[in-house]
Design a protein around this ligand. Structure first.
Ligand SMILES: Cc1cc2nc3c(=O)[nH]c(=O)nc-3n(C[C@H](O)[C@H](O)[C@H](O)COP(=O)(O)OP(=O)(O)OC[C@H]3O[C@@H](n4cnc5c(N)ncnc54)[C@H](O)[C@@H]3O)c2cc1C
Length: 474
């Protein structure tokens, strides 16, 4: 049975996500039980020309599931784990399975899902739609690498089932049988990237669907691969006196720990201020390098040497279950505390999601530092430094500062693009980063995406304003 919510107070929570993007509006929320119902809703909307926004767990950070009009279809009842295949190390999941439920279930069977998405209340379908990265993306990469099959319902009522290895780019085209589309003329940079439709020469057709942000079809099922449960790990946080030489320290840690490294993060002094409420023992004025590695004796001994080498003011070790959990909390708290802060002051967050190729990272880092020193704005810098991907956050205090913050954003985007970087490494484009995508791929790149979108969704009703402005569809 389809549940339909129409009362304003019942649908309010569907009109937001973690972006604090304002202006969410919808007439109703449909909650179908299965594909047949979903198909009926889509067909009705297609006939009426009603726009449809797909809702997953609502943890997105770019307004992707926040509609401007029309109806919402929530996948919350597509929550069954259909199969855990221990022999082939795969799982078949409905798109609304909550990440945490999935992780818990496979843990019991001795398996681990390598994307290990950071926000565990997200849905698997949402993760695939955004190509989410996770806690260990330094070691394992994003969701894309682990998606073997996607089942997608199109607005035409057709089911598209794409298995990795079954559709390849040939003569510039991807042929899905029911649909043929040209591969975009731009190329997705070979770094951590979730900006626009994926495009690479000789690409697998499944990769176009991954990261398509709810614009091509409704993902109803996914098959993903798993690996055996991980060996024991430990977290180390090195508190350093100042931020001099951070890129070199990071490179040194990568060389020292190689394959043993699962994650490598950075928190500047300003970011640590956001954590002091929960962790008052953070040494004053320091910045921190946070890493997770294997916990064998050799590795732990190496950490002692590394901590001495870089003259750490303090070193926190999460080896025991309790301390490990405490440091996981330390890492997770920062985006949560920042999001809470933005929500409280009622501003759209001005936060970058830029990544650059490894060789250019020291220059990009120096560029951020220069801005931080020369501008009056309140800024912080933190994130996935191991992947050359930092979140530069700006906190404008008034309208004038806000204008300046957006100018700085543009300067950083342009700088990163000169290095072959990306404007969106993990969060996608959604409704709030059109401008940066246009700078990244140009008008022709956007038109290529529009053409693909129109082929998959000829009624142009799905996920409007995600990735590119809906006006381009006219
Ligand atoms: C505290 C916090 C930390 C986070 N950390 C990270 C991080 O480290 N890395 C990272 O990548 N992200 C991170 N995120 C962002 C977020 O968790 C991911 O983008 C996640 O993949 C969104 O999934 P969701 O189910 O919540 O999707 P939603 O927010 O509901 O939707 C996201 C987009 O996917 C589309 N969509 C959802 N389900 C489907 C479907 N079945 N078919 C087609 N389209 C669909 C929606 O229309 C929308 O465009 C974080 C978020 C929070 C709040």
């Amino acid at each position: 049975m389809i549940t339909i919510k129409e009362e304003r107070e019942d649908i309010l929570s569907y009109l937001e996500d973690a972006s604090n993007f304002k202006g969410g509006n919808a007439d109703k929320v449909y909650i179908p039980d299965g594909e047949e119902e979903l198909k009926r809703i889509l067909s009705e909307c297609a006939n009426e020309g009603t726009s449809v926004t797909i809702s997953g767990g609502g943890t997105g950070t770019v307004g992707g599931r926040v509609p401007r009009e029309g109806v919402i279809i929530s996948l919350e009842r597509f929550n069954r784990i259909l199969r855990i295949d221990s022999k082939n190390k795969t799982s078949l999941l409905q798109a609304g399975v909550v990440v945490n439920d999935f992780l818990n279930e496979i843990e019991k069977a001795g398996f681990f899902y390598p994307p290990f998405p950071t926000e565990r209340t997200a849905f698997i379908g949402g993760n695939v739609a955004t190509n989410a990265s996770g806690e260990y993306s330094y070691k394992f990469g994003p969701t894309r690498r682990y998606v073997k099959k996607i089942r997608m319902l199109l607005t035409t009522g057709r089911i598209l089932e794409v298995e990795r290895g079954s559709v390849y780019e040939k003569d510039g085209m991807l042929n899905y049988g029911v649909i043929r589309v040209p591969v975009p003329s731009y190329r997705t940079p070979g770094i951590k990237c979730s900006a626009g439709y994926f495009s690479q020469e000789g690409m697998d057709g499944i990769d176009l669907l991954i990261g398509s942000e709810g614009t091509l079809g409704v993902i109803t099922e996914v098959e993903v691969s798993m690996i055996s449960s991980l060996p024991q790990r430990a977290i180390i946080v090195l508190f350093l006196q100042n931020e001099k030489g951070i890129p070199e320290i990071v490179r040194g840690i990568k060389e020292d720990f190689g394959e043993r490294l699962y994650s490598l993060e950075f928190f500047d002094a300003g970011s640590l201020e956001f954590l002091k409420e929960n962790f008052p023992e953070i040494p004053e004025g320091t910045c921190a390098v946070y890493a997770e590695t294997g916990a064998d004796d050799d590795t732990m001994e190496k950490w002692v040497t590394v901590s001495d080498r870089y003259n750490a003011v303090d070193t926190w070790l999460g080896e025991s279950r309790e301390n490990y959990q405490k440091l996981i909390d330390f890492r997770h708290r920062l985006p949560e505390n920042i999001n809470a802060y933005f929500k409280k002051i009622g501003l759209t967050k001005i936060a970058m999601d830029i990544a650059v190729p490894e060789k250019s990272f020291p220059d990009m880092y120096a560029f951020y530092r220069e801005i931080m020193q020369s501008e009056k704005l309140h800024t912080i810098l933190f994130g996935h430094i191991g992947e050359n991907h930092l979140h530069f956050n700006l906190f404008p205090a008034d309208e004038q500062e806000k204008m300046r913050a957006w100018q700085i954003y543009e300067t950083c985007v342009k700088k990163a693009l000169t290095f072959g970087g990306t404007v969106a490494a993990e969060h996608g484009i959604g409704k709030i980063k059109h401008k940066w995508l246009r700078i990244m791929y140009g008008e022709k790149g956007l038109q290529d995406m529009v053409q693909i979108k129109k082929t998959f969704d000829p009624y142009c009703i799905l996920g409007l304003d995600n990735i590119f402005p809906k006006e381009l569809l006219m």
